[in-house]
Design a protein around this ligand. Structure first.
Ligand SMILES: *Cc1c(COP(=O)(O)O)cnc(C)c1O
Length: 428
């Protein structure tokens, strides 16, 4: 009898479920309850005789990345916003942003009053193409936002050289790269500022949250005040009812505080992150090897400087003409049905992403910024080509058992054998 795909009513390759995300540990409930009864739910609360979780987290996370300081914030987007402000990006400046990334990377630039200049990617890593970056630099450029995407770091050597030559700030978006290293240095700690997100899907999470890191003392000071409406931890006197923050008349900020519950969750998650990262990397290595042996599939090729990889998504590419010439969207949908877990193609490139058009910001359409902010003015042929052939597995799958990994390989093999049965275009 002819083999049938799960999407056509055949039996799926795997029905045994997948690891949950987020995960908790033996101390998670206790740390949340301790915080609940501690009398301090936010750093703007009063001193309770013990170090706030938030500043404990700042110390632990700085050490994790190798940066000198960390400033916890409410979202990854806030960390990016603070990175732009503290590194001197002003309204009207141009900031180079990869054309393939989460929309926040570009929206935050537009929201800061600057112009996101969308630049194409290197097909080997799906991160910024340094040659394309060089070609996009103008006298108005003041920063490069290097995003470490899915499982690879951007080329930090070449981007830093370009930043140095042109006097630009190099900012790292390491939301997807917890624990990755470049020549032994932690992702996020290489540029002037690094931004991490602790949103639910990320490898370290409190549901929502963000972490800003830097080794520059002035950037750190400004970042700390910016996220607290211009306040920072104060010297006291401590007394019930009196906020533990002092007012400083130096920066115009707003409230981007992370709560004590979120900080407690991140400290707890951080204790498991190293071990989880090692398991994900081992699983990804197995998949790279087994899927490449299947033929028709091409793993990501990290730069040699990216000596430790971290996996937010495991990415693999369909070779030209493979799987009967079907797109990553069609193949992903079939794989999802075989495995009972959502497998999907990358972000839509930002020149045509439904969630990205900064001309919708208040006042922009009628202003002289409208042309500069038009996302369709950028050409991103590589981002389009690569996203049409790339398939992503979210990181919890990499925490699965050997049998689950084998099921992934078998699902690819089955969909490939039955590729002629797939629809020509994704109808979902
Ligand atoms: C998740 C993410 C962000 C945004 O973080 P939030 O916490 O959702 O604001 C920014 N950049 C990248 C690359 C991300 O993956």
């Amino acid at each position: 009898m002819k083999e049938r795909l799960a999407r056509d009513g055949g039996s799926p390759v795997w029905t045994g479920g997948w690891p949950e995300w987020p995960q908790t540990g033996p101390a998670t409930e206790k740390t949340l309850l301790d915080t609940l009864h501690s009398g301090r739910w936010a750093i703007s609360g009063n001193w309770t005789g013990r170090q706030p979780r938030e500043s404990e987290l700042a110390e632990a996370f700085a050490e994790f990345t190798g940066a000198r300081w960390c400033v916890p914030v409410d979202h990854g987007s806030s960390a990016l916003f603070i990175a732009l402000h503290t590194s001197g990006v002003k309204p009207g400046d141009e900031v180079i942003v990869p054309g393939l990334t989460w929309v926040a990377c570009a929206s935050v630039v537009a929201r800061a009053g600057a112009t996101p200049v969308l630049v194409d990617i290197d097909p080997r890593t799906l991160c910024l193409d340094p040659d394309a970056v060089a070609a996009a630099i103008t006298p108005s450029t003041t920063a490069i936002l290097a995003v470490h995407l899915y499982s690879a770091m951007a080329d930090m050597d070449r981007l830093q050289a370009l930043a140095d030559r042109h006097g630009l700030a190099l900012i790292e978006d390491a939301a997807q790269a917890y624990g990755a290293t470049w020549r032994g240095r932690g992702a996020g700690s290489l540029g002037i500022a690094g931004a991490f997100s602790a949103q639910q899907g990320k490898a370290l999470t409190a549901g929502e949250g963000g972490l800003f890191v830097t080794s520059d003392p002035q950037v750190r000071e400004r970042a700390e005040m910016m996220r607290g409406d211009g306040r920072r931890y104060g010297p006291g006197p401590h007394m019930p009812g009196r906020p533990d923050l002092e007012e400083v008349d130096q920066v115009q900020g707003w409230n981007m505080h992370l709560s004590e519950f979120q900080s407690a969750l991140l400290l707890d998650g951080l204790s498991r992150l190293g071990e989880q990262n090692r398991r994900r990397a081992a699983a990804a290595q197995t998949l790279d090897k087994l899927l490449a042996e299947e033929g028709d599939l091409e793993p990501i090729e990290p730069y040699p400087g990216n000596d430790t990889r971290a996996y937010y998504h495991y990415a693999i590419r369909l070779r030209e003409g493979a799987f009967a010439g079907r797109s990553a969207a069609v193949v992903s949908e079939a794989l999802s049905q075989e495995l009972g877990y959502w497998i999907h193609p990358p972000y839509r490139p930002l020149d045509s992403h439904p969630l990205y058009d900064p001309r919708r910001l208040p006042g922009v359409a009628e202003s002289n910024r409208a042309t500069a902010l038009d996302p369709t003015r950028f050409e991103l042929p590589v981002a389009h080509r690569e996203s049409a052939r790339t398939i992503l597995l979210h990181h919890p799958m990499l925490l699965g058992s050997q049998r689950q990994l084998e099921a992934v390989v078998e699902a690819f093999a089955k969909v490939r054998r039955c590729a002629d049965d797939l629809p020509q275009e994704d109808d979902g």
